[in-house]
Design a protein around this ligand. Sequence first.
Ligand SMILES: *[C@@H]1O[C@H](CO)[C@@H](O)[C@H](O)[C@H]1NC(C)=O
Length: 380
Amino acid sequence: MDSLSYALLLVSLLCSATGQSPVVSVEPQTTTVREGESVSLRCQVGSGAHATQLQWRRANNQALADNVKIGPNGVVLTIANARPNNQGEYQCVASGSAGSTVASAQINIKYPPKVRLSPTGPLRVKIGDRVSVQCRATGRPRPKMSWRRQGSPLQLLSEEIDGVNTIQWLIVRPEDAGVYICQAENIVGVTEVKVEVIFGGVPGAPMAAVSHKEMTVVEGHTVTMRCQATGSPPPVITWSKLRAPLPWKHTVAGGALTLTSVGRQDSGQYICNATNIHGFSEAYTQMEVESPPYATSLPEQVKLQHGDALTLRCLAHGSHPIQFHWSRVGRGNLPAGSHSTNDGQLVIPHVKSSDSGIYKCVATNHIGSSEALAKVNVRA
Ligand SMILES: *[C@@H]1O[C@H](CO)[C@@H](O)[C@H](O)[C@H]1NC(C)=O
């Protein structure tokens, strides 16, 4: 117990023995003023009591702010040039010969919205980035918030949670570049804060661009992927392959990646990375390697009895789609009763000895074709 409380306790113990506590009230009970205005409270002590001392304090036990002044005799409390944090309950403590009594009053401070953006901008973005800006507003009464684009009265779609109103682009596009305004409004005032969305990095930051976002190359050929980068100092360009090492037959020169004699396993995404002291920028080329079909027959040789069923399958690797065509070497026409399917099967339900011979499958795609032979021998 500090000495003041001890003294007050002592006083009230003495007073309760000798008489009645003072009757106290504070006027006005509730006051609402705007920020910057002044407000006064008066502590009134009922007649008849011998009040010896009046004291003011805040109900939350915080010290009185430096713009709060107490008049002579402690009767009047005045707040000059009110601030938001002056809001609260104020208590007048009257200590008399017969004890002490507390009365309180509430002061409310209205103030116009104060708005803060996060990030503050300007926002430097790339096409396709996910971008969001939070607008946080305080004010009394609690302000209403909205977002709009400079030069347009239309309110933009945004989400508000606990005084934070967020505008968001899941995939930002060049036409989204511009100035956006968060507005917060209450009965005291309107506050607006702007943020600019700019495409492009910080000055000098690298910006990489590939000559082709997609490439299709035929197996065995040589391909060159070009990447150009702007930035200052001039960025260093490196190439890598997504989730795989670069093919071993590669060279990099002047920002271009060359792959010689590509195979199907070289298909994938290649990343150009331009780096300088300001950061890095990535650009992607998706490359597909296409190959002509390579056909085989299963089986390649077959011996059958008269009346047996013949099934030949033509298998082919290569880029899809692949078409199959069966024929008979030296004869042209397939035997009557035979049929072939789209996936490369040839079926003769009942073979005759005259069906013996060499059968040919030609597999064709848009790159080229390949043939496979099957030797069929039917014994009489
Ligand atoms: C690009 O370079 C930067 C900086 O050197 C690095 O952090 C980043 O991971 C690189 N990206 C790829 C895909 O290699």
